[in-house]
Design a protein around this ligand. Sequence first.
Ligand SMILES: *[C@@H]1O[C@H](CO)[C@@H](O)[C@H](O)[C@H]1NC(C)=O
Ligand SMILES: [Zn+2]
Length: 424
Amino acid sequence: MKFLALLALLFISASAEKSRFDNYRVYSVTVENYQQLQAIQYLEEHSDAYNIFESPHLNADTEILVPPHKFSDFEELTENLGMKAKLIINNYQELIDEEIKPSRTPRVDAQYDWVSYKNLTEIYAWLDEMAAQYSSVASVRNIGTTHEGRPIRLFTISKKSGNRGIFVEANIHAREWISSATATYLINELLTSQDPDIVDIATNIDWYIITNVNPDGLVWTWESNRNWRKTRAPVSALCFGVDVNRNFAYNWLTPDETGNLGASTTPCTDTYAGTSPLSENEAKAVESVFANNIGKFDVFLSFHSYGHYMLHPWGHTRGHSVDYDLQFAVGNAFRAAVQAVNGINYAVGPSNTVLYATSGTTPDHAYGQYGIKLSYTIEMRGNGNYGNYGFVLPPEFILPNAEEVVAGLIGLVNSARTYGYLRN
Ligand SMILES: *[C@@H]1O[C@H](CO)[C@@H](O)[C@H](O)[C@H]1NC(C)=O
Ligand SMILES: [Zn+2]
């Protein structure tokens, strides 16, 4: 009995401990041949020590988090492989500490803002306030419950009947904080802006927005591990979490022409697809929005970070989609409108060939299963000429990022309309 109590105590104190990343470095490595690719993929699947930020692919850079006790191993590894490695972040913990500083300063008024990142409690309270304040046009409701019992919430805006719809999901990956900060900014603009372009898209389109698809994961990034990506459901004796953006039904765990699964069957990895399509509550919640609104949406958007990408289907195959030209043209209009604001240049194209193979993602599902042709993954700021930050984008970039993305959406809507979409 005593022993059990002690065990319980140990467990509680262990789970309350926050992961620290003191002196952890982030390297950007350039993968130039198959041998290098295999080596990084091996690390991704088998190493506890390293964290590969996004799946590596040939002829591209990938960022790797390296703990101090692995510095010399890593140096040797890159040397043996003849792989170029550039140090881009010298102390990951310093960046994490800087990131939440503004929220530690008590604000004079209790106003919500985009000067600091908000935790889940603050985001949900704000959604409630906005739904109450604009109750004639906005509402918020629960569409599911996470493994840890938190609600997954859908915010809707509809200013007139008969509108076509845009469905937005954000923060499906827990550590990508800028994605939900941008989603709340978008909601605020749609409800409060006087800018004629915003008033137009707010009035003539219905908006369905899930600011936080993965609430358990977000809370975990605040309380325990800033670098967490997946959900927090137990998936094996050792590990937690499913990558919800690999859990959707359309061509779930289907390899592409090169045999790349674009997801993992290993529970401990960051791209674990789950035990079956739509096995996770978070995916089921998103699915319910598609299923309950068939024929409603002309556009589906999945907000992520980072890398400045505007990605359209497919992820699960290297083949062009039937609607490739339309998807590229509208994506390109988004790109141009974003660039006009702060000069940030997004790369546009199919997920699989522009970035890497993925299967079971929401945009592939939105297009393949529900026929929503204008389905995109938007990879926002992280690294650029404004600095190298990865997922830990300093709060002073929330506003520039959100402003350029919303401008991009206006460009996207206008382009979609020229092809007959988003018209009543
Ligand atoms: C969220 O942030 C607010 C404001 O900083 C703080 O008062 C509150 O304790 C935080 N909530 C959680 C659950 O961390
Ligand atoms: Zn992501």
